[in-house]
Design a protein around this ligand. Sequence first.
Ligand SMILES: Cc1cc2nc3c(=O)[nH]c(=O)nc-3n(C[C@H](O)[C@H](O)[C@H](O)COP(=O)(O)OP(=O)(O)OC[C@H]3O[C@@H](n4cnc5c(N)ncnc54)[C@H](O)[C@@H]3O)c2cc1C
Length: 477
Amino acid sequence: MTGTKSSSEIVHIVGAGLAGSEAAFQVAQMGVHVILHEMRPMRMTEAHRTDGLAELVCSNSFRSDDAANNAVGLLHAEMRRLSSLIMRAADANQVPAGGALAVDRDGFSAAITKALHEHPLIEVQRGEISGLPPAAWKNVIIATGPLTSAPLAQAIRELTDENALAFFDAIAPIVHKDTIDMSVAWFQSRYDKPGPGGTGADYINCPMTKEQYDAFVGALLAGEKTEFHEWETDMPYFDGCLPIEVMAGRGHETLRHGPMKPVGLTNSHNPALKPYAVVQLRQDNKLGTLYNMVGFQTKLKYGAQQRVFRTIPGLEKAEFARLGGLHRNTFLNSPKLLDSQLRLRAEPRLRFAGQMTGCEGYVESASIGLIAGLYAAADARGRSLDSPPPTTALGSLLGHITGGHIATLEQGDRSFQPMNINFGLFPPLASSPTRKADGTRLRGHEKTVARKQATSARALADMDRWIADNLHIQAAA
Ligand SMILES: Cc1cc2nc3c(=O)[nH]c(=O)nc-3n(C[C@H](O)[C@H](O)[C@H](O)COP(=O)(O)OP(=O)(O)OC[C@H]3O[C@@H](n4cnc5c(N)ncnc54)[C@H](O)[C@@H]3O)c2cc1C
């Protein structure tokens, strides 16, 4: 099929998971030939069990399908507008799950496998790509996921540098800034140090008394933890990145001498009162809407995290954009390594997609596969494609991956960590809604709901405009 095509007219996609399968479909729908390389069943990952394309390795849920009130529901809606194969197969294989979109995993994977095998412009080749793709492949998407096989991961690491590819994530919870009680917390960097790019008041500080600290350490130790998979237990992260509860278990005062040390900080609400311990939060995105809890990577279960972390003064009403975790993963330091179209700056013929780029979740991985496929098809045709607007769910996720994230203030650390889509990644509205349709004032939680709904409406309108301006012309040409 592809024998007569020149190498620049073929897109090679490595990995037929959520991202690679969606990318292959999008490229082919643009009239460009695809060779899709998948190593299963000859070589399996630690989590996959079948030879099916787009196998769901764990839960069968695509999470909320509410496009008006939930960021992942909004991403579903945008992907449907972009004719996503993953969404089409998910919709066709739905099982009842309340407001969530859950699927029959076998039916879902079978539908994707069939669609890709039957597509006249797609050839599926089974076999591991066990090093960098050959130089003759001029347009490549690497979408080998969190469990990328070791020889390929090693080759990518050698091409970039040793800190550029991480083999686990160490995720500290992220809080929406507008849910932090600033009548309790205050802005200050330790010893007021500005650091590179800082102002001297870059951290949000939450103070604790001795009684609060004692109770907090007790709650951390008692909180329910998630277990590691057997194949995750030999990961080398424990030395560099201890979970907060493991640190707490090493001694009652350990946290007070580590991430919760109170030195160099003065409570601006009450300068005479010396805190016994301080929890610090650091700005996490350029927009300044999200703050991460410094040093709080954790294996506590989600319920326990919310309960225990909301006992921290100032965080009683915290809404979490992301909860903490530690997992085996494979992901690039994308803001540094990738350009705005997901190409490796050092070798632009290689484009990345899916979880490897630093998104998290089935839907997010598929969405980045979708846009990577559109970019690759445009390249194959010698055209350019603008990125989706940052006001859309897809555009805001791309922004997180390719540059929205700010570098950490401490030198040497890498702070980029995988992220699910959430409303904190979107640029704020020009003006937030204040009144209901009937003219009465919005109160309390109603304002949050109205803001989300206005953000979603703006996203869908902007996505429709982007599709009309870019894709119809391209597909028709
Ligand atoms: C154990 C585990 C559980 C998870 N559970 C969930 C969950 O419940 N919900 C959720 O939303 N997300 C979950 N995730 C996160 C993530 O969203 C999924 O892993 C998602 O499948 C990522 O999509 P992807 O396309 O990037 O990678 P994958 O879907 O993993 O696809 C990568 C593909 O590349 C193939 N491959 C790897 N190396 C090579 C090679 N060298 N040559 C050829 N092929 C190769 C693999 O066989 C695989 O088919 C989980 C991740 C892990 C590791």
